[in-house]
Design a protein around this ligand. Structure first.
Ligand code: PLP
Length: 398
C-alpha cells in the first residue's frame, strides 16, 4: 500500500501491480512529453488566459503557440483550430452547428452505421428535430461503398460525417475520396478522427475536410482536451455560450496545461507516423491470436490502424474474456469503451454482418508505443488457455 498525506487529507492507493495495458483506444497513460509540457502551466504559469497581467498573458501565448503547432500537425491554419473538452464535444459541435448553419439548404445528413456513439447519438437527436439521416452500411471488413455514398446525396444533403478510422476494429475509411465526393456535391464533410490523429498521418487539405474532430486522451495526454478543425470561411454557430473564449465559439476558461500537452505530443509523434513499430507488434499479436481455433480477425486485414488488433472467438463471451484477462493483469476491451457495461453486442460488428452470438465474442487489443514484444508474448501465452477454459464452460461451444 502507498500512503500519502495532503494536509488533513490522506488517501491510500493499492499497491500497483504491473499491468499489460492494451486498451489504448479507450484511453492512454499520460506520456512524459505531455507531462513535461504541462508542468509549467500547472505550477507557475497557472494564470487565466483572459487576464492582462503577465502570468495570464503567458498562458494566453502558450495556447496560441499550441494552436499554431496543432494546426501545423494536421495541415491547417491556426485560425482553423478550436479547442474543446474532448472528441465528443468536438463532434457534437461540428454536426449540430453544421446542420444549423446550412438549414436554408436542407436537413439531410449522411453518416455510416459504424460511427462512434458521439456521432450516432448527435444524428439521432437531430432526427428528432426534423433532420433526415442516411446510415450507410458497410461490408464484412467495415468498408463503405463510395457508389452508395454518391447515390445517397440529395439536393437537401447538408453534411456527410464519416469517421477516419473505426475505434472497435481499426478499419481505415477512404476519407480522401469521401471528402472529394462531398466537395464535388457542395456538401460539408466532417470526419471523426479521434482514433486516427497521432496514429496515421492526417492532412485536412488532402482529405478535403471541412470539419475534423480529435481528442487528446487517446494520444498520451490528460483527459478533457479536444480539437475541432473548422475550415476557414465556415462560420459555425457558437456551441458553448459565455465569456467568449475560442473566438466566441466555445466559451469557458481554457485547460491551458492540457492544450499545451496535446500540441507537444502531436509535434513529437508526427515524424513517426504511421506508427510502424506499433503495427509490427499488432501483426505479431494478430498472427499469434489467429492460431487459436475458431477465431477471426475483425476489420480490414490490411488497411487498419497500426494499434488495433480485434477478434471474435466462437463460443466465448466478451465480458468473461475481459475478466479472465484482468485476472492475468491484461487490460483489453470488448466493443467500445464508451458502451462497455452494456450487454448489447457491438453495433459495428452487427453492421459488418456478424450474428449477435458471434458479435458477443469480440475482443479488442489496442496498442501504443509503450507496449513491448515481451507483453505481446505474455498475452499470447495466457490467451489460449483462457479461451479454452471459457469454451469448456460455455453452452454456446459445440
Ligand atoms: N470518436 C471515436 C472514434 C472514439 O473512439 C471516441 C472515444 O472512444 C470518441 C469519439 C469520443 O472521444 P472523447 O472520449 O474524447 O470524448
Amino acid at each position: 500500500m502507498f500512503q500519502s498525506h495532503l494536509g488533513s487529507l490522506s488517501y491510500e492507493v493499492k499497491e500497483l501491480v504491473k499491468i499489460v495495458y492494451l486498451d489504448n483506444a479507450a484511453t492512454t497513460k499520460i506520456s512524459k512529453v505531455a507531462l513535461d509540457a504541462m508542468m509549467p502551466y500547472l505550477l507557475d504559469g497557472f494564470g487565466n488566459p483572459s487576464t492582462i497581467y503577465s502570468v495570464g498573458r503567458e498562458a494566453k501565448n502558450a495556447i496560441e503557440n499550441a494552436r499554431r503547432t496543432l494546426a501545423g500537425c494536421i495541415g491547417a491554419l491556426p485560425e482553423e483550430i478550436y479547442i474543446t473538452s474532448g472528441g465528443t464535444e468536438s463532434i457534437n459541435w461540428a454536426i449540430k452547428s453544421a446542420v444549423e448553419l446550412k438549414k436554408s439548404k436542407g436537413a439531410h445528413i449522411i453518416t455510416s452505421a459504424i460511427e462512434h456513439a458521439a456521432v450516432l447519438k448527435s444524428c439521432k437527436y437531430l432526427e428528432k428535430n426534423g433532420c433526415e439521416v442516411t446510415y450507410l452500411g458497410v461490408d464484412e471488413f467495415g468498408r463503405i461503398s463510395l457508389d452508395e455514398l454518391r447515390s445517397a446525396i440529395r439536393d437537401d444533403t447538408v453534411l456527410i460525417t464519416i469517421m477516419t478510422a473505426n475505434n472497435e476494429m481499426g478499419t481505415i475509411l477512404p476519407v480522401s475520396e469521401i471528402g472529394e465526393i462531398a466537395k464535388e456535391n457542395g456538401v460539408l464533410f466532417h470526419t471523426d478522427a479521434v482514433q486516427a490523429v497521432g496514429h496515421i498521418p492526417i492532412d485536412v487539405k488532402e482529405i478535403n475536410a471541412d470539419l475534423l474532430s480529435f481528442s487528446g486522451h487517446k494520444l498520451g495526454c490528460i483527459k478533457g482536451v479536444g480539437v475541432l478543425f473548422v475550415k476557414k470561411g465556415l462560420r459555425l454557430p457558437p456551441f458553448i455560450h459565455g465569456g467568449g473564449q475560442e473566438r466566441g465559439g466555445r466559451s469557458g476558461t481554457e485547460n491551458v496545461a492540457g492544450i499545451v500537452s496535446v500540441a507537444a505530443v502531436l509535434e513529437d509523434i508526427l515524424p513517426r507516423l504511421p506508427l510502424l513499430g506499433v503495427a509490427k507488434l499488432r501483426d505479431k499479436l494478430i498472427k499469434g491470436v489467429l492460431e487459436i481455433p475458431s477465431t477471426s480477425l475483425t476489420g480490414d486485414p490490411t488497411n487498419r490502424l497500426p494499434g488495433i488488433a480485434s477478434f471474435v472467438f466462437k463460443g466465448v463471451e466478451g465480458e468473461s474474456m475481459l475478466l479472465m484477462l484482468d485476472q492475468n493483469g491484461i487490460c483489453a476491451s470488448s466493443g467500445s469503451a464508451c458502451t462497455s457495461g452494456s450487454l448489447d453486442p457491438s453495433h459495428v460488428l452487427l453492421a459488418m454482418g456478424l450474428s449477435h452470438e458471434t458479435a458477443h465474442g469480440s475482443l479488442r487489443f489496442s496498442l501504443s508505443e509503450d507496449n513491448t514484444e515481451a507483453e505481446i508474448d505474455y498475452v499470447l501465452e495466457k490467451l489460449p488457455a483462457i479461451i479454452a477454459r471459457l469454451r469448456s464452460m460455455s453452452p454456446l461451444w459445440n
